[in-house]
Write a protein that binds this ligand. Structure first.
Ligand code: NZQ
Ligand code: ZN
Length: 380
């Protein structure tokens, strides 16, 4: 095992009607709330009205920033931080999926300083304090509800990058699986794929840790069992609950105990697809992962075969494992080639340039420019 430090300060509230204590939790931080949300799903579902009425009834002063886009952009972060500063908010209430919660984390550290949010990604600004973030999760996928990471795009610079500090954990996260009933079939599937990909990134990282490997396999098996069931019955609370819990556990530190790093090369290659073509995050991973395993099977074939054999409970070669994993992604109706996303144009050159510009590589499996070209060929 490699040395590791376990730290996770998030208070997680999980279950049916868990929002009943939201007001009391927010009160711990003060009276002035900045409500941050996305393009409209919470208005459509009625969650926006429900929360706002509740907060107003409890005497909170609420300012808001709506319109955070999926694959969030730094311009929205800066605009929301300006509103937060103007209203001197005590707490940020982030209601949405990964895009809203990630944006809120950067808003929270940007408000106390006068730097643009992107300065945290470049190292120009360091987080010294943060407005507390309380999250209400509406989509099971990223694990952001119980980790410090925030992933934001800067199209002017051609980058989709991650930032995290001990100050960017949410203080509290509220997870009511019922709030994910309205997530459509495609984003539900992308969420299942994303949580599996988070486990893969840990699996292909550095550090031999048998117990943590068992955690990883268990989380993936849970997703492989209940993901397809959920896709056949989107209003099933029990399945929503299982996938929501699995997604949180896949990226809250549990899969990293005893490892010095995960790999994350596939995530950074996937971010190039999202940056250039706005491919949903989970879909970018089902496109890149099979290609990445095929390309690197000469380097990590044993580990791929071990993964496949444990997931499918029979001895499998690396090739057989990759084929089975790819078929599983297809069975979720997730894309496994960029062409499945029907994006017109010739993507070879822009993708290659984006990978060079983003210096795409893995923490364990290092990539160079020859690898980029080969990978792109495999997933176009
Ligand atoms: O914008 P709204 O209207 O809310 O609609 C969203 C969006 O269109 C919709 N949605 C969310 N909850 C819903 C719902 N629709 C109906 N009912 C609900 N209850 O779903 C769409 C996708 O939302 P988004 O927040 O973008 O999805 P996700 O949670 O997958 O987040 C993706 C972002 O998180 C980053 C990704 O790169 C991407 O930018 N990641 C964050 C990580 C982290 N912080 O740890 C790790 C991940 O690997 C990932 O990189
Ligand atoms: Zn991910």
């Amino acid at each position: 095992m490699d040395n590791f430090t376990a730290y996770n300060p998030v208070t997680l509230h999980f279950g049916k009607n868990i929002l009943s204590t939201l007001g009391a939790t927010l009160k711990e931080y003060g009276n002035r709330v900045l409500l941050v949300y996305g393009k409209g799903s919470i208005r459509k579902s009625g969650l926006y009205d429900r929360i706002l009425e509740d907060l107003v009834k409890q005497g909170f002063t609420v300012s808001e920033y709506g319109g955070i886009k999926s694959n969030p952009v730094i311009e929205d972060v800066d605009a929301a931080a300006a509103i937060g500063r103007e209203h001197q908010v005590d707490v940020i209430l982030a209601v949405g999926g990964g895009s809203v919660i990630d944006s809120s984390k950067i808003i929270s550290v940007a408000i106390p300083v006068n730097n643009p949010g992107w300065d945290f990604f470049t190292g120009k600004a360091t987080a010294k304090s943060a407005v507390p973030v309380v999250a209400v999760l509406t989509l099971a996928a990223t694990g952001t509800e119980m980790n410090p990471f925030a992933v934001v795009s800067n199209h002017a610079l051609g980058q989709k990058s991650a930032y995290g500090s001990p100050l960017t954990f949410p203080k509290h996260s509220f997870l009511d699986p019922g709030l994910t009933f309205s997530v459509p079939h495609n984003y539900t599937a992308y969420g299942v794929a994303d949580l599996i990909a988070h486990c893969f990134e840990a699996w292909f990282g550095i550090g031999e840790t048998t117990l943590t490997d068992r955690f990883v396999i268990s989380i993936i098996k849970e997703a492989m069992e209940y993901g397809p069931k959920l896709l056949g019955d989107l209003q099933n609370y029990e399945y929503r609950e299982k996938i929501m819990f699995a997604a949180t556990m896949a990226l809250n530190g549990t899969t990293m105990y005893g490892r010095s790093t995960g790999d994350w090369g596939v995530h950074s290659a996937g971010h190039c697809l999202s940056l250039l073509y706005d491919v949903p995050h989970g879909a970018s991973l089902t496109i890149v992962y099979p290609a990445w395993m095929r390309h690197f099977k000469n380097r990590i074939g044993d580990r791929i075969a071990q993964l496949g054999s444990q997931l499918f409970d029979e001895p499998l070669s690396a090739d057989e494992s990759i084929n089975r994993i790819e078929s599983f992604f297809k069975s979720l109706d997730c894309p496994t080639r960029l062409s499945d996303m029907n994006i017109p144009g010739d993507h070879r050159e822009p993708l290659f340039d984006a990978m060079v510009h983003s210096k795409v590589s893995g923490g364990n499996v290092k990539m160079k420019e020859d690898d980029y070209a080969a990978l792109i060929r495999l997933y176009l």
